[in-house]
Design a protein around this ligand. Structure first.
Ligand SMILES: Nc1ncnc2c1ncn2[C@@H]1O[C@H](COP(=O)(O)OP(=O)(O)OP(=O)(O)O)[C@@H](O)[C@H]1O
Ligand SMILES: [Mg+2]
Length: 225
């Protein structure tokens, strides 16, 4: 199965170049992080990969399999319960599957609640469940842990890890936080500059097991940056 193949030459908004040359491939099942400072163009690149914007120079092939995107704001429909937000996705498998996905995310009790009645962390996890419902080959996540308190971030991190382990989906997530990148990913792609380009593409020194240990993450952080 082919994975994501990005060969971007440039992306501009109203004549202002935001992204420059950025090229990388992601193998099926690989977990990579797009790391860069605020405002650099991370969300823009994700939306190009997701096919939400095709106004760019270059070529992006999302690879075989379905693609799912989890936005920074959970974007759940406020007039539907968490379970119905998921069940409504074409191919999601209906309410039983929605409840099963939510239960796995620790949200069994919240399945019939409306989004505004649950915390941001719970909404984020429900949004991840909605992405998983289509059995994607590639999941794009924009700042999955941002604005979560430490406990909610741990829950989201665990759900993401377990879901990716179980489904074998590849993931590309964005963050401005090096520690977060090391706690989640096999590989770290750093973008910087104006227009932003890929400045470093490095494998994580941590195994999937080692990155669960905050001390090892701390040591890797010091060694790498
Ligand atoms: N639709 C748009 N029209 C014009 N400019 C835009 C548009 N979307 C993004 N930009 C600009 O492109 C640049 C990159 O924005 P982007 O949101 O991709 O950055 P980011 O790395 O995701 O930032 P953050 O860490 O704050 O989420 C910014 O200067 C932003 O103002
Ligand atoms: Mg962004």
């Amino acid at each position: 199965m082919s994975g994501l193949d990005v060969a971007l030459q440039g992306k501009a908004f109203a004549g202002r170049a935001v992204l420059g040359p950025i090229a990388f491939r992601l193998a099926p099942g690989e977990r990579a992080c797009l790391l860069g400072p605020s405002g650099i163009g991370k969300s823009t690149l994700l939306s190009l990969i997701a096919g939400l914007d095709d106004d760019y120079d270059g070529r992006i092939d999302p690879g075989a399999g379905r693609l799912a995107m989890v936005f920074q704001a959970p974007r759940l429909l406020p007039w539907r319960t968490l379970a119905r937000n998921i069940a409504l996705v074409p191919g999601a498998g209906g309410m039983d599957r929605a409840r099963a996905l939510l239960a796995r995310a620790g949200l069994a009790e919240a399945a019939d609640h409306y989004p505004e009645k649950v915390s941001l962390g719970m909404q984020r996890r429900a949004a991840l469940c909605r992405a998983l419902a289509v059995d994607p080959g590639l999941i794009l996540l924009d700042e999955p842990l941002v604005s979560l308190d430490p406990r909610a971030a741990d829950q989201m991190r665990a759900l993401l890890r377990d879901s990716l382990d179980q489904t074998g989906a590849a993931a590309l997530l964005t963050t401005h936080d090096r520690r977060e990148a090391l706690s989640l990913c096999d590989r770290i792609l750093e973008i910087d500059g104006s227009p932003a380009r890929l400045v470093r593409d490095r494998p994580s020194p941590l195994s999937r097991r080692d990155r669960l240990d905050p001390d090892r993450v701390e040591a890797a952080l010091r060694a790498m940056f």
